[in-house]
Design a binder for this molecule. Structure first.
Ligand SMILES: Nc1ncnc2c1ncn2[C@@H]1O[C@H](COP(=O)(O)OP(=O)(O)OP(=O)(O)O)[C@@H](O)[C@H]1O
Ligand SMILES: [Mg+2]
Length: 580
C-alpha cells in the first residue's frame, strides 16, 4: 500500500493564509472587536493606578468615586465587546470549516479510482472523517483563541511599555524562558503523543484479535503466545505513556514558575525605580495588574498551541489529498483532440494492485469495431481488472491500452465516457428528479430523447410515475427497485450513446426474472455497438462473435465459439461440462 501524499509545510502555510484571506472581513472584525475589548480591559488597572497616585497626593473622595465608576464602565464595555468578538469568531470558524469540507469533497471526487484503491480506503476514510473534523475544530476554536489571546497579550505588554519603558523591559524578562521551554516541549510532544496513540491502537488490535479468535486460540493452544503479545502491547503503551508524562512533568512546573517571574521582577524592579523617583507608585501598581492579567491569556495561548499543532498535522493530511495527480493526467496528454478510430487494443498490458504482484501478465487483444467479444474465465482471473483497463479507469503498469490511435487514459474523462462505457452491477440513483438523473448522461437531451431512451430499455414503470420526468427519485421520494435502477442506468447509456460498451456481470445481482427482463432491455441498447461482455453463463459466450478465455491474468484461448469447441482446449471442456 502506498499511502496518499501529505502536504509539506509551505503548502499548509499557504492554505492557512488562503483560509484567513478568504474571509478577510470576518478576520478583521474578530481582531478589531478583540482589540477593542482588550483596550477596555486596560482601563481598569490604569484607573486603579491613578487612584493610588491621587490618594497619595491627598485627593478628595469625589474624584476617587468617579474613577471607580469609570473602572466599572470599562469592565462592562469589555464584557460586551468580548461577547460579540466570540460570536464573530465562531461564525468565521463555521464558514471556514464549511469551505474546507467542500474543497475536500471536490478533491476526493477528483481522485483516480486506482489511487484510492492502492492507498487503501482506510486512509481516505480517516482523512475525510477524523482529520477534516480535527481541522474544523482547530479553525473554529483554536484559531479564534490564538487570535484573541495574541491580540490581548500584545496590548497588555504594550500598555506596560506605555506606563514606562523601563517597566516594559522588566515585564519581558520572563518571556525568553517561556518561549524556550514551550519550543522544547512542542518539538517532543507531538511525536510522543503520536506514539502513544499508535500504541493504544496497537493494543486494541491485539486484544480484539485475541478475543475474536478465541476458539482458534484455544484449539491451537496459542494462549501463551497471545498472552505474550498482549503483555508486549501493554508494555509498549506503558513506555509511551511514561514518555508523555515525563514531558508534562518538566513542562508544566517550569511554565507555572515562569508566569510568576515577570510579576516578581516588576515588583522588585518597581521598588528600585520608585525609590529613585523614576516611576510613580500608581504606575507600578498598574503594571503589576497588567502582568497579572496576562497570565490567563498566556496560559490559554500555550495550551492551544499544542492543539494547533495537531490541527496543522491533520491539515497537511487533508491537503495531501489534493496533491494526487488528477485522473488520467498521463504524459503527452493533449486535451481536446479526439482519437482517430474507435478500435480498442491492448498491447503487452501488465497491471498490479500491489507492488510486485501482477494481476495481468502481458495481455494482447484487438477488439474489432462492431464485434461482440465475450470474456470468460475463473473467478480471480482478472476479468474485472481487464474491463476497467479497457474502459480507461485504471492505467496499465506496463504496455498500452489504446482507443484508436491514442492511449485511452490520455483522453479527457468526459470524452472517454462518451465513447466507452463500463456497466457493472453498481448503478446509482441520485436524489433529484428523473430528468436530472437522465440529464447528466447527456445534458442537451430533450424530453423526447429521454422518453424514447426509457422506452428503448422497456422501463414501463415510467407510465406509473405521477409527475413523469419531474418525479423526485431517491430516499423518501419514489424509490426505484434494483431492476428499475438498472434500467435507469441503461437509459442513461442510450442517451450518452457510446460506441463501445463493456459489461461486467451487469445483471448478475438481479433475480432470474428481472435479469431476463433487463437482458432484453440491454439487447436493445447493444445493437449497433461494440460489446465486450464478461460472462458467467456460457450461453452469452455462445452468442458472441469471439470468446477470450482469461486464466491467471493471461489470455489462454481466443476465437469463435465453434473454433474453441473444435480445438478441444479448456473452453471446450468448460462448455461440455456446462452443457451437460
Ligand atoms: N482493489 C484490489 N486490490 C487488490 N487486489 C485486487 C483488487 N481487485 C482485484 N484484486 C485481485 O486481482 C485479481 C483479479 O481480480 P478481478 O476482480 O479482476 O478478477 P475477476 O476475474 O473479475 O473475478 P470474478 O469472476 O470473481 O469477478 C484477484 O486476485 C483479486 O484478488
Ligand atoms: Mg469480476
Amino acid at each position: 500500500m502506498t499511502g496518499l501524499p501529505i502536504a509539506d509545510r509551505a503548502d499548509v502555510r499557504r492554505a492557512t493564509v488562503d483560509l484567513l484571506r478568504g474571509d478577510r472581513r470576518a478576520v478583521v472584525l474578530v481582531l478589531g472587536l478583540n482589540a477593542a475589548a482588550a483596550v477596555a480591559g486596560l482601563a481598569g488597572p490604569w484607573l486603579l493606578g491613578r487612584i493610588v497616585d491621587r490618594v497619595s497626593a491627598g485627593a478628595t473622595t469625589a474624584t476617587v468615586d468617579w474613577l471607580a465608576v469609570a473602572i466599572g464602565a470599562g469592565v462592562l464595555a469589555q464584557g460586551l465587546l468580548l461577547r460579540y468578538a466570540q460570536y464573530a469568531a465562531h461564525r468565521f470558524g463555521e464558514r471556514a470549516t464549511a469551505r474546507l469540507r467542500e474543497q475536500f469533497v471536490w478533491r476526493t471526487l477528483g481522485l483516480p479510482v486506482s489511487v484510492v484503491e492502492r492507498a487503501g480506503t482506510g486512509d481516505l476514510a480517516t482523512r475525510s472523517s477524523v482529520d477534516v473534523s480535527t481541522v474544523g475544530t482547530t479553525v473554529k476554536q483554536v484559531v479564534p483563541v490564538i487570535m484573541i489571546t495574541s491580540a490581548h497579550l500584545s496590548l497588555l505588554f504594550g500598555a506596560v511599555f506605555l506606563l514606562h519603558p523601563l517597566l516594559g523591559l522588566v515585564a519581558l524578562l520572563g518571556m525568553p524562558s517561556i518561549l524556550a521551554i514551550t519550543r522544547w516541549y512542542l518539538r517532543r510532544a507531538s511525536p510522543a503523543y503520536l506514539a502513544e496513540g499508535a500504541a493504544t491502537a496497537h493494543l486494541t488490535d491485539v486484544l480484539t484479535a485475541t478475543a475474536e479468535g478465541a476458539r482458534t486460540v484455544e484449539a491451537l493452544r496459542l494462549g501463551d503466545e497471545r498472552g505474550r503479545t498482549g503483555v508486549d502491547g501493554v508494555r509498549r503503551l506503558w513506555t509511551t505513556r511514561m514518555r508523555t508524562l515525563a514531558l508534562r512533568s518538566v513542562y508544566f512546573p517550569v511554565i507555572e514558575a515562569s508566569y510568576a517571574l515577570p510579576v516578581a521582577a516588576i515588583l522588585l524592579a518597581g521598588g528600585v525605580f520608585l525609590s529613585h523617583d523614576l516611576v510613580t507608585l500608581g504606575e507600578v501598581v498598574a503594571a503589576t495588574l497588567y502582568l497579572q492579567q496576562a497570565i490567563e491569556p498566556l496560559d490559554r495561548l500555550l495550551q492551544w498551541m499544542e492543539m494547533a499543532q495537531r490541527g496543522l498535522a491533520s491539515f497537511a493530511r487533508v491537503l495531501g489529498v489534493g496533491r494526487v495527480p488528477t485522473e488520467a493526467a498521463g504524459p503527452g496528454r493533449a486535451p481536446g483532440r479526439a482519437p482517430a478510430g474507435t478500435a480498442l487494443t491492448m498491447r503487452g498490458v501488465r497491471f498490479a494492485y500491489t507492488e510486485h504482484h501482477d494481476v495481468l501478465h502481458g495481455i494482447d487483444l484487438e477488439v474489432r469495431p462492431g464485434e461482440r467479444l465475450a470474456i470468460v474465465g475463473p473467478s480471480g482471473a482478472g476479468k474485472s481488472t481487464m474491463a476497467r483497463l479497457l474502459a480507461g479507469i485504471d492505467a496499465p503498469r506496463e504496455g498500452r491500452v489504446s482507443l484508436g490511435d491514442r492511449p485511452i487514459t490520455d483522453l479527457d474523462p468526459e470524452e472517454r465516457r462518451r465513447q466507452v462505457a463500463l456497466i457493472t452491477q453498481e448503478h446509482h440513483v441520485f436524489m433529484g428528479s428523473l430528468r436530472d438523473n437522465l440529464a447528466f448522461a447527456a445534458p442537451s437531451a430533450s424530453d423526447g430523447d429521454m422518453l424514447s431512451a426509457l422506452v428503448a430499455v422497456s422501463a414501463d414503470w415510467y407510465a406509473d410515475l405521477p409527475e413523469g420526468l419531474d418525479t423526485q427519485l431517491g430516499d423518501g421520494a419514489r424509490e426505484l427497485s434494483p431492476a428499475e435502477a438498472q434500467q435507469l442506468a441503461l437509459a442513461r447509456l442510450v442517451l450518452a450513446d457510446p460506441h463501445t460498451l463493456i459489461l461486467d456481470e451487469a445483471t448478475a445481482a438481479l433475480d432470474p426474472t428481472t435479469a431476463r427482463r433487463t437482458e432484453r432491455a440491454l439487447a436493445a441498447v447493444l445493437t449497433g455497438r461494440t460489446v465486450i461482455a464478461i460472462a458467467h453463463r456460457l450461453n452469452a459466450a455462445h452468442d458472441a462473435d469471439r470468446v477470450a478465455v482469461l486464466t491467471d491474468g493471461r489470455i489462454t484461448e481466443l476465437g469463435t465459439h465453434d473454433e474453441l469447441v473444435r480445438a478441444g482446449g479448456p473452453y471446450a471442456a468448460l462448455w461440455r461440462s456446462w452443457h451437460g
